[in-house]
Design a protein around this ligand. Structure first.
Ligand code: ZN
Length: 237
């Protein structure tokens, strides 16, 4: 039943917030009992695909599934497998590097969105040095990588990269302090400009290498602020 509901959402291209048929209508439509529909809705709600609004006039509506929702599902697998936070570092770097590769490849093929490329260039020139807190610095840095992922235009890689990035910052992030020294910020800002340039030039291998090394270094640095975090098993949240 859950699969039928997802198919219905996809084939009718229902966006977030779209109201779905009430439970009793679904039961009739799919020829199943109410408990089966309720179970399907609960399953979809747990994955963030729908939201069931309570009360009179409530009912199921299409949700806004995000990397965060996907990440939650992923942690179930990661914990069961005893996966440690240290693996997130490598995975984040690999996925972000893949996004930069795809973005540069799009530029080579001429299939990229010029506005998105411009956004990548523009954000890379944002002065990360002017950020007053670590959180603002991290947010602006994140905006750059999000723009690259958008330019890459591959939802699968975007979703996975977003999810594992979220898992990492959930366990080692939000310092709120002043851990990032001006020299460090300058280095990050410089690297973002270099990555944007490599993508703009369609230099696939350079875009990949720069991003991979940059993300690895950043993740290692952030992890060093949280002693012991790398050896923690990723818990299901
Ligand atoms: Zn960065």
């Amino acid at each position: 039943v859950a699969r039928l509901i997802v198919r219905e959402i996809a084939s009718n291209q229902l966006g977030p917030g779209s109201v779905l048929a009430p439970e009793h209508v679904m039961a009739r439509q799919y020829g199943v009992g109410h408990p089966a529909v309720r179970e399907a809705l609960r399953l979809l709600e747990a994955q963030g695909l729908i939201v069931v609004r309570p009360g009179v006039g409530g009912g199921p509506v299409v949700g806004t599934p995000s990397g965060t929702d996907f990440a939650q599902t992923m942690t179930m697998f990661l914990q069961a497998n005893g996966t440690k936070v240290s693996q997130l570092n490598d995975a984040v770097a690999a996925m972000e590097a893949s996004c930069a590769t795809l973005a540069a490849r799009r530029v080579v093929d001429g299939t990229h969105d010029p506005d998105l490329l411009e956004a990548v260039q523009e954000i890379s020139h944002n002065d990360l040095l002017s950020d007053e807190t670590d959180d603002a610095f991290i947010t602006h840095g994140g905006a750059f990588h999000r723009a690259v992922r958008e330019l890459a235009g591959n939802y699968i890689v975007d979703l996975v990269a977003d999810s594992i990035g979220h898992l990492f910052s959930e366990r080692a992030g939000g310092s709120g302090g002043r851990h990032f020294k001006p020299e460090h910020r300058k280095e990050v800002a410089r690297t973002h400009v270099q990555i944007a340039r490599a993508i703009t030039q369609g230099n696939v291998s350079r875009a990949h290498r720069l991003t991979f090394e940059h993300m690895l270094a950043e993740a290692d640095y952030v992890a060093s602020l949280y002693p012991g975090v790398l050896d923690e098993v990723i818990d299901w949240r």
